[in-house]
Design a protein around this ligand. Structure first.
Ligand code: PMP
Length: 356
């Protein structure tokens, strides 16, 4: 969902970009105005994320899925091993791609466990690896489909584990403060909290650059992307402008802390409603529930379709769960107003009364 002001800016830009008499879609990526746009995006992102100069900010003309391949190509040599923490659908997809490029060790992410169990999990990993250090550890901070989120980010887990940590933050970047310093790389597709599809953002610590395999395609080589200032070929101007407008909106709304407070409010309301109801069920343990994606099921069979149809009649759109899971999923990205969740719970209440 796009914030209203962003949608309006995009509309206007299509007709007449900044009063220049041309559409943004006609703006050359070799123009001074485009350079200024890139500079604006990078400066705003760095400031919103409180990102030090040690990190490159890359704007990539592809989605998060292609990073699944780019990451091993850039950071894993033929003999190396990388650890993938499994927490749901997207961490699985990332490991599936990485499997094409090297030895990938999958571990069940010890998310909903005690400190002692977590410590034990870390010891198992160290023991299995022996003297071999992994090239990196990869995890997904928020599982968009499963509605599972890491309660604390792994700087607390891998503090003793001397290898780079890489995170897919496609669905929760800029929705909560993150410990970026604990990461060697963070990446995210744009279409959830950074504007529209056709773009992803990669934040990469500079000392990670320069180890890509020789056969790495030019456009997937992070060092080349950095050297060309993210313009190795024709840049996707429109999604980059959408990103700039989204960042401006987040700044005006109070930044990441304000986004986080809203995310908590929205998801608290929805989870407490679900937990108190007899019809709806979210079976993710409390500690690891996502504040962004709330999947839930209806306990009685045959009610999901009528629930979704009634929701749609009330303007509550795109609530069907991912095709791999079914059920219902409310995605509460930054632009979702509290009003949207209130209206959803009103419909859930009405529907439960009809079918209770
Ligand atoms: N990772 C996560 C966590 C996602 O939610 C998604 C998209 N839903 C992806 C990766 C894939 O992104 P894309 O479709 O932009 O490649």
């Amino acid at each position: 969902m796009l914030p209203g002001p962003v949608q309006e800016a995009l509309q206007q830009s299509l007709v007449d970009f900044e009063g220049q008499g041309i559409s943004l879609l006609s703006l050359s990526h070799r123009s001074e105005r485009f350079d200024a746009l890139m500079h604006s995006v990078q400066t705003r992102l760095r400031s919103l994320l409180d990102l030090s100069d040690e990190y490159e900010i890359l704007l990539c003309g592809f989605g998060a899925s292609l990073h699944f391949s780019a990451i091993p190509l850039n950071f894993l040599n033929e003999e190396g091993v990388a650890i993938y923490e499994m927490s749901g659908y997207w961490s699985d997809r990332a490991a599936d791609e990485a499997d094409h490029f090297g030895r990938i060790w999958r571990f069940q992410a010890p998310l909903n466990v005690s400190d002692a169990a977590r410590q034990q999990g870390m010891e198992v990993r160290e023991h299995m690896l022996g003297p071999e250090l992994p090239a990196y550890v990869h995890y997904c901070s928020n599982e968009t489909i499963d509605g599972v989120s890491w309660p604390t980010l792994p700087d607390q887990w891998y503090g003793e584990f001397p290898c780079p940590v890489i995170a897919d933050m496609s669905s929760d970047i800029l929705t909560r403060p993150i410990h970026l310093d604990a990461h060697a790389m963070v990446y995210a597709s744009a279409q959830k909290n950074l504007g529209i599809t056709g773009l992803s953002v990669a934040l990469i610590r500079k000392d990670m650059m320069g180890h890509a395999r020789s056969q790495t395609p030019r456009l997937l080589n992070y060092e080349i992307l950095a050297d060309t200032h993210s313009v190795p070929n024709t840049a996707p101007v429109f999604p980059i402008y959408a990103l700039e407008q989204t960042l401006i909106w987040i700044e005006q709304e109070g930044g990441v802390l304000a986004m986080h407070a809203r995310a908590r409010q929205r998801s608290d309301l929805l989870y407490s409603f679900i937990d108190a109801s007899e019809l709806y069920l979210n079976d993710v343990p409390q500690l690891i529930r996502s504040q962004i994606n709330v999947p839930f099921a209806l306990r009685q069979s045959g009610l999901t379709d009528p629930f979704l149809a009634g929701a749609e009649e009330r303007g509550l759109l795109q609530l069907q769960g991912h095709r791999s899971r079914g059920g219902v999923r409310a995605s509460l990205y930054n632009a979702m107003p509290m009003e949207g969740v209130i209206r959803l719970t009103e419909w859930m209440r009405e529907f439960e009364q009809q079918h209770g």
